[in-house]
Design a protein around this ligand. Structure first.
Ligand code: CA
Length: 394
């Protein structure tokens, strides 16, 4: 899908005229709307009208543009770091080499937790991370990564692309000079690794667990002690007993960390991260300096990576789960209903509090909550019903 500059402008002009776009068009309606909102048409002129077949857009002769991408992941970290690499590679390929992106792992150009600031200030033009890391900038950011008992990957994409979510995300990041994009998804995560059996609510009392973000907030309300620590310190802390439990991602990443060697029980489901969206962060000024076709390539490369990462996680998680169970005899357990029910109640309270923090947060909370309650009825008779009936025959 090498998109010629004039094709994009033609797309945009058609949408401006209110023409209906078919779903098979590469740009979804929301994506195309975003292009217009992002000043895509600024680069279009009369000369962009479709010319004779094979004519070359003037921009093709333009010199190479170099961008830096900072990430919150260790360089080449499976799934996440490699997802960032894929984003850079795709942008290079789709632009025919006109826009080259160099990837910096956490700590190479800036520390992991400074990615947001670095892209906001233009130190790097592009970033790859997860929105819940930026709750100190704006608590509302957490809605665009993972919400306990929130949306699955499929539902997140539906909300973002076709339910008004992406427009809200752009509004939340607008004051920071940033344009966000969904750029990866882990799917449902695991509840985590425990060295203590969880049979009832009382077992959460005093539980020292590495669990970031809103999940940690909920654990605290349930009587546990959430601990924040970067991925690299988890294994040693769990093995030494400094923490009783940890969540990380799922079988694919957890196996790579060797967490099965440091804990007895592997609990599911990941109530706290039901479909974590990773993000592409783009410096708005840098984006708007690009010709229209390159702007489209950057945003749509994020969309490709968003889909590809979920596919990769789904495929690798199933393999890694088999390895954990069959080769390492891992004890995989479901959290008890009563524990999940309590965590669900506490999650609703914690999430509603963020929604009450200011007007924009309220708007995001309302949109997210409405989407979740409305999609439930459809999921009941589609995904959930189908998976239940398929599983019954297995
Ligand atoms: Ca996690």
């Amino acid at each position: 899908f090498r998109l010629a500059r004039r094709t994009i402008c033609s797309f945009s002009k058609r949408i401006q005229r209110g023409m209906h776009m078919k779903r098979r068009d590469f740009l979804g309606r929301a994506g195309a709307g975003a292009l217009i909102g992002g000043g895509m048409l600024a680069g279009c002129s009369q000369s962009d009208a479709p010319g004779p077949a094979g004519s070359t857009a003037p921009a093709a002769a333009a010199k190479t543009i170099h961008w830096k991408m900072v990430t919150t992941w260790p360089k080449n970290f499976p799934g996440l770091g490699t997802g960032a690499n894929n984003l850079a590679r795709l942008i290079g390929e789709l632009s025919g080499g006109r826009l080259q992106v160099k990837v910096f792992g956490a700590g190479e150009l800036v520390p992991a937790m400074q990615v947001f600031d670095a892209v906001s200030q233009g130190t790097a033009e592009l970033g790859h991370g997860a929105a819940y890391y930026w709750k100190g900038k704006t608590p509302t950011a957490q809605f665009f990564a993972a919400v306990p008992f929130g949306l699955t990957a499929q539902e997140m994409n539906a909300w973002l692309y076709h339910g008004g979510g992406l427009e809200l995300w752009r509004e939340v990041y607008e004051p920071f000079g940033l344009v966000p994009a969904a750029a990866g998804n882990s799917g449902v995560q695991m509840a985590g690794w425990f060295n203590r059996e969880i049979n009832e609510l009382a077992d959460l009392q005093g539980l020292k667990m590495r669990i970031p973000g809103l999940g940690g907030e909920v654990l605290q309300r349930a009587g546990g002690t959430p601990v924040q620590m970067p991925g690299g310190e988890i294994f040693t802390s769990l093995q030494s007993g400094a923490i009783d439990a940890t969540e990380w991602v799922g079988p694919y990443n957890d196996l790579a960390f060797g967490l099965h060697k440091a804990a007895k029980y592997y609990y599911y489901p990941g109530w706290h991260e039901p479909g974590t969206t990773l993000e592409g962060l783009v410096n708005r000024a840098a984006l708007e300096r690009l010709p229209a076709d390159l702007q489209s390539i950057v945003m749509n490369a994020c969309r490709v990576v968003n889909e590809d990462m979920l596919a990769e996680y789904t495929a690798r998680n199933k393999d890694a789960l088999q390895t954990l169970v069959n080769e390492h005899q891992v004890d995989v357990r479901r959290l008890p209903e009563a524990v999940l029910a309590r965590l669900r109640t506490l999650s609703e309270e914690a999430v509603a509090e963020i929604g009450g923090s200011d007007t924009l947060s309220g708007k995001v909370f309302d949109s997210f909550s409405r989407f979740r309650s409305q999609v439930e009825a459809w999921q009941d008779i589609s995904e959930r019903a189908y998976l239940n009936v398929r599983g019954a025959g297995a």
